[in-house]
Design a protein around this ligand. Structure first.
Ligand SMILES: Nc1ncnc2c1ncn2[C@@H]1O[C@H](COP(=O)(O)OP(=O)(O)O)[C@@H](O)[C@H]1O
Ligand SMILES: [Mg+2]
Length: 363
């Protein structure tokens, strides 16, 4: 049962100094107030504990308050309570020889994002993610890859290894063109691509099943990865050989274009809306939001089933979602037994939470 109990913020975007103590018994935290009061920034400040760019993809330079003199550092501290343990987490953004660096610590000892993620994840839904559902393949693939990486170190390492092997091959193509060396590296690459494709398909299968079994009241979505060379009926070695052959065929193309054209990015990612029976790209804005929510909630179920702790941040979840659907959402997330943050412009939007919520009015 993960909960934030205390927050202290210094010099984070619109916040110069802010602190807040939360009452222990509330798991639904509603942050409301007019446009621009800092609702999203508050949630954003938490996401830097589990991501390098936060909820809005901000660089470290964008975090410092624009009007402040750059003398003070950015510092965000939270007291996180998990089962019976408390964790004092903080990060500072400091200027080290002209370069901005984020330093994370746990009980005053240095800690990495990966270590923090091993005991708690921040999962969020924000308006900045809306475009995932209508803007083609890359965003969808990255979105799923990020969700997989959250919980699978091996997958993150595979992607790094792929990139390393890929640039090594491009270097060989540019210089020696050593056939033997190219064959070896292409085999490694083919294996990397296969592993990545395979993990993605296993993940999609699991999420699809969770959507079917746990989220029946929600909008039905189906995730599918498509790749002409990765056919389900073929065995691992056949597929790897096909991948290696493709890489070999494309040596000249890759050399000229200076990129690996057949890669982990050759997997097409499709989100299929079961009600409309077409891809989410063609759904209405509200339908797209519901589909996105379904996938995020299925991911939460996956974490819950694996006994992984997480805190859910729902930024503006009420926009584009009608009262009936918000009630469904509330009933669903209430099952997770973890802290859930909501933002919205008006307290009335959260009537269904009623006295179960802790309300923060930002002005
Ligand atoms: N680095 C920054 N310095 C100062 N203000 C910022 C910075 N980044 C964003 N802001 C401002 O913070 C304000 C609150 O933003 P936000 O939290 O997104 O509002 P909302 O309450 O509508 O979610 C906005 O006016 C935005 O321009
Ligand atoms: Mg906002």
């Amino acid at each position: 049962m993960a909960r934030i109990e205390k927050i202290k913020i210094q010099n984070f975007k619109s916040y110069k100094k802010y602190s807040l103590n939360l009452e222990k018994n509330f798991k639904h935290i509603v942050v409301y107030g007019k446009n621009g009061v800092g609702k999203t920034n508050l949630l954003d400040s938490f996401t830097f504990f589990s991501n390098t760019k936060g909820l809005r993809g901000s660089s470290l330079g964008e975090v410092f308050p624009v009007k402040e003199e750059k003398k003070l550092n950015t510092k965000v501290e939270i007291l996180l309570s998990l089962k019976n343990d408390n964790y004092n987490l903080n990060y500072e953004i400091i200027n080290e020889e002209g370069k901005l660096k984020k330093k994370l610590s746990l009980d005053n000892k240095n800690v990495s994002i990966q270590e923090i993620k091993s005991f708690n994840n921040f999962i969020w839904l924000s308006p900045y993610m809306d475009k995932i559902m209508y803007e083609g393949q890359t965003l969808k693939r990255n979105f799923i890859d990020k969700m997989i990486s959250q919980n699978n170190k091996h997958f993150s390492k595979l992607i790094i290894t792929f990139k390393k092997n890929s640039s090594e091959r491009l270097q060989i193509l540019k210089t020696s063109k050593d056939e033997k060396w190219l064959d070896i590296i292409e085999n490694k690459l083919a294996e990397n691509i296969y592993e990545v494709c395979n993990i993605r398909r296993i993940y999609a299968e699991e999420i699809n099943q969770l959507i079917d079994s746990k989220l029946k009241k929600f909008r039905g979505v189906y995730i599918e990865f498509v790749n002409d060379l990765y056919l389900k009926n073929n065995d691992r070695n056949t597929i790897i050989n096909l991948f290696a052959k493709k890489l070999k065929e494309q040596r000249q193309l890759d050399e000229v274009s200076k990129r690996t054209n057949f890669s982990i990015n050759s997997d097409q990612t499709l989100f299929f809306d079961k009600t409309n029976k077409f891809n989410t790209d063609r759904c209405s804005t509200g339908e797209q939001k519901s589909c996105l929510l379904t996938i995020i909630l299925a991911n939460c179920w996956k974490l819950k089933n694996e006994n992984k702790e997480f805190i859910l941040l729902l930024d503006e979840a009420t926009s584009h979602i009608d009262a009936e659907n918000f009630k469904k959402l509330f009933d669903e997330v209430d099952k997770f037994d973890t802290q859930i943050w909501y933002t919205g412009t008006n307290k009335n939007l959260f009537q269904v939470i009623d006295n179960k919520g802790f309300y923060i009015h930002l002005q």
